[in-house]
Design a protein around this ligand. Structure first.
Ligand code: ATP
Ligand code: MG
Length: 339
């Protein structure tokens, strides 16, 4: 699709177009265009844009629920998602669990040999230079990010690896390796950005080791469209099991509803607390959101009804997000509800 007139095209890349929606959010539009080998190989993969958008959305939602802050706000259409505007950190982070691609070539490892513990690599995001591999000294010398930001980015990347490796196992896929991009939101928080798809990850079928990712295009293996559709189908089938299980709690229970400003809304109180904590020497604090807790005593607790109450009255869905947990006795179940 093209702009609706009120949108402003900010960037047209090889795989996506970034639009300024004019309301403090960006829209990322996923294209069918495919490139490989620094743009030397070009083509189109039918419906890749739809697959990558919907796969990314499901994985961002999962990561968010698992405590990894992402730029994902909501899905706008089959090919578009609304995201938080980021100042992209020009360092691409690659995490590898199994030797493949450039790692296999550079270190003389046979493709398919596990590398443990996982290997984390940094690349300078520069098309003109062919995205050269760099290390933390280069990041410092080029002023690409602060040490604190890189510590946070590397910790998040490894957490993403843990969460995605487990989730992909639910899809009968092996997560071989993947590339992430992070960015700074307006409030300075580091969020995971860009996309998570067969364009940016290597996925192999768990039973056959068949490649179900962009390597099919890179290496002319055929069945390219099918591979993207296959990953989307498997992710879509597994996604409901990733959403927190919500068994009703029988008997008296307590619901605790946590309300915070949406991440697209500036939180001046959170920023003030963060600055004050840092001034007191708590440098490990990389983000603070201030919100409120509403505690409901219930004769009978249905997660669906607590969600409904939160949505209809307790939270303002225009500017606030909520999560809740239902507690009975000493046990607590936490339900994360993206609004
Ligand atoms: N939330 C965001 N805010 C701003 N820019 C973003 C956000 N998420 C991703 N981007 C950037 O948007 C662009 C998406 O386009 P695409 O992935 O097609 O670019 P590309 O051709 O790979 O080129 P590049 O080398 O810039 O990544 C990338 O430059 C990516 O870094
Ligand atoms: Mg890109």
């Amino acid at each position: 699709m093209t702009g609706d007139g009120s949108r402003n095209k900010l960037h047209e890349g090889k795989a996506k177009i970034v639009w300024d929606a004019g309301d403090g959010t960006y829209v990322v539009e996923f294209k069918d265009d495919a490139t490989a080998f620094d743009g030397k190989k070009r083509g189109r993969i039918r419906d890749k844009g739809r697959c990558n958008n919907l796969i990314s959305a499901a994985l961002f939602e999962l990561l968010e629920r698992e405590g990894v802050p992402t730029h994902y706000v909501r899905t706008l259409s089959d090919r578009e998602m609304v995201v938080v505007p980021l100042e992209i950190v020009m360092v691409e982070v690659v995490v590898r669990n199994v030797a493949a691609g450039s790692l296999a070539k550079r270190l003389g490892l046979e493709e398919g040999v596990p590398v443990a513990p996982p290997v984390l690599e940094l690349y300078y995001k520069s098309d003109a230079l062919g995205d050269p591999m760099i290390n933390r000294y280069h990041v410092r010398a080029l002023g690409l990010a602060s040490d604190e930001e890189m510590d946070r980015i590397e910790a998040l990347a490894l957490r993403v690896n843990d969460v995605l490796s487990r989730a992909m196992a639910d899809c009968d896929l092996r997560l071989i390796d993947f590339k992430l991009e992070f960015g700074r939101a307006r409030d300075g928080r580091i969020l995971l950005g860009d996309e998570i798809s067969p364009d940016t990850c290597r996925f192999w079928d768990a039973a056959t080791n068949e490649k179900l990712d962009k390597d099919r295009f890179r290496r002319d293996l055929g069945g390219v469209e099918d591979a993207y559709e296959q990953v989307l189908r498997r992710v879509t089938a597994a996604a409901p099991t990733w959403r927190a299980a919500r068994p009703a709690v029988s008997g008296p229970a307590q619901a605790r509803v946590y309300i915070t400003l949406k991440k697209t809304v500036l939180d001046p109180q959170g920023a003030a607390v963060e600055n004050a904590l840092k001034a007191l020497g708590y440098g490990e604090v990389s983000g603070v959101r201030v919100g409120k807790v509403i505690i409901l005593d219930l004769a009978e607790a249905s997660p669906e009804r607590v969600e409904e109450m939160s949505r209809r009255l307790l939270a303002n869905p225009v500017i606030e997000d909520f999560t809740f947990e239902i507690v009975r006795g000493t046990g607590a179940r936490s339900h994360s509800v993206p609004v």
